[in-house]
Write a protein that binds this ligand. Structure first.
Ligand SMILES: Cc1cc2nc3c(=O)[nH]c(=O)nc-3n(C[C@H](O)[C@H](O)[C@H](O)COP(=O)(O)OP(=O)(O)OC[C@H]3O[C@@H](n4cnc5c(N)ncnc54)[C@H](O)[C@@H]3O)c2cc1C
Ligand code: FES
Length: 330
């Protein structure tokens, strides 16, 4: 059955199994989007009329569901719908670029100021939108509520759309922040003595840095092991700060892992997966593992950790899915 999608004064026919996002963009309507996998929430729309399929609201915040919001990339209409873009201010806030600093050759620290303290758990992610509707998700590396700013670690890709925008942004420039979302954050759960393993590749360090500092601030007493995987030595960042943190906390171990590294240089030379697997704690029932960064690493490591005996409910993962352009078929 084909459904009709009403948008403004126009009406479009959705092809069989086509999402609302694909139908609208095929017809020239500009809808912000990035992952097209139901993660980043940049494609949030409002259902003015019609039934929202359950899959289009999976994992959405209850407040969004109540307001009839849905993810256009996950919405395969089961009947006619009338949809609209949410008004700014309903889901988004404006933020101002307040600081920029290169942390290594291609990772830039970006700090954003929000008009009121931003409530978010360190390790969750937000989606940035610029005035052209370009949307990308970034993980929060600090506690914005306490710090009064949001800190992001942005990898600059050579031909990256948001990379170019942020690299060229001036202090004081404005951006739209949507979110937060994601389940990768520290929860003491009444006990603070369980082993905590944090493993990330590249800027996967950003959420882990936030989670690590939240765990230490909340007095986590169990062993904490942070692994940061990179390709070459020059890709490491915050290395000194993490070494200092480990020197100050006897329960914290920090293992930088350099794939193309050399033995005897103060880091693990080889695959981060090997370093993590050899450090799986004996307390497999209680250990928590957080995985962030490249999707191949996160998904592969999740499988290996589960097979090694870690409980699936204690493995938290944030694959950094790249943005997928919409294939516009005629
Ligand atoms: C939940 C979530 C959290 C994220 N957190 C962060 C974060 O904290 N820091 C961060 O830097 N990024 C993070 N990302 C990724 C981020 O959203 C962007 O996808 C990324 O920064 C590239 O955006 P861009 O616009 O600069 O490049 P794009 O214009 O999207 O891509 C430019 C080129 O780079 C390629 N490319 C994009 N990503 C990759 C990749 N990972 N590996 C190889 N090639 C790639 C594309 O295929 C394209 O050819 C996160 C993504 C998700 C879904
Ligand atoms: S959630 Fe729809 S584009 Fe990311």
């Amino acid at each position: 059955m084909s459904a009709h999608i009403g948008y403004g004064n126009a009406q479009f026919e959705a092809r069989s199994d086509e999402s609302v996002l694909d139908c609208l963009t095929r017809n020239g309507v500009s809808v912000p989007h990035a992952c097209r996998s139901g993660v980043c929430q940049s494609c949030l729309m409002h259902a003015d009329e019609g039934q929202i399929p359950e899959a289009a609201q999976k994992d959405l915040q209850p407040a969004y569901k109540k307001q009839d919001m849905f993810l256009a990339c996950q919405c395969r209409p089961e009947g006619d719908m009338r949809v609209s873009l949410p008004e700014h201010g309903l889901l988004d806030i404006h933020a101002i670029v307040s600081a920029k600093e290169m942390l290594n050759h291609n990772v830039m620290r970006v700090r954003l100021l929000t008009p009121t303290p931003y409530e978010c758990e360190p390790g969750q992610y937000i989606t940035l939108l610029n005035a052209d509707g370009l949307a990308r998700s970034y993980s929060v590396a600090n506690n914005p509520d306490a710090d009064h700013f949001i800190e992001l670690h942005v990898r600059l890709f050579k031909d990256g759309a948001m990379s170019a925008f942020l690299a060229g942004a001036n202090l004081g420039d404005s951006l739209i922040v949507r979110g937060p979302a994601g389940k990768c954050f520290y929860v003491a759960e009444g006990q603070r003595d369980y082993p905590l393993m944090l493993a990330g590749t590249g800027t996967g360090l950003a959420p882990l840095y936030g989670i690590l500092r939240a765990a230490l601030a909340q007095g986590h007493t169990g062993p904490i092991h942070l692994f940061h995987g990179v390709i070459s030595e020059g890709d490491l960042y915050l290395d000194r700060a993490l070494q200092d943190l480990a020197a100050q906390h006897s329960n914290l171990l920090y293992t930088p892992c350099v794939l193309n590294g050399t033995d005897g240089k103060g880091y693990f030379a080889g695959e981060i997966e090997t370093a993590v697997m050899t450090a799986v704690p004996a307390e497999k029932d209680s250990a928590r593992l957080f995985l962030c960064g490249a999707p191949e690493f996160v998904n592969g490591m999740r499988r290996k950790a589960f097979l090694a005996g870690l409980s699936s409910k204690h493995i938290f993962a944030d694959p950094f899915l790249p943005a997928k352009p919409v294939a516009i078929a005629a």
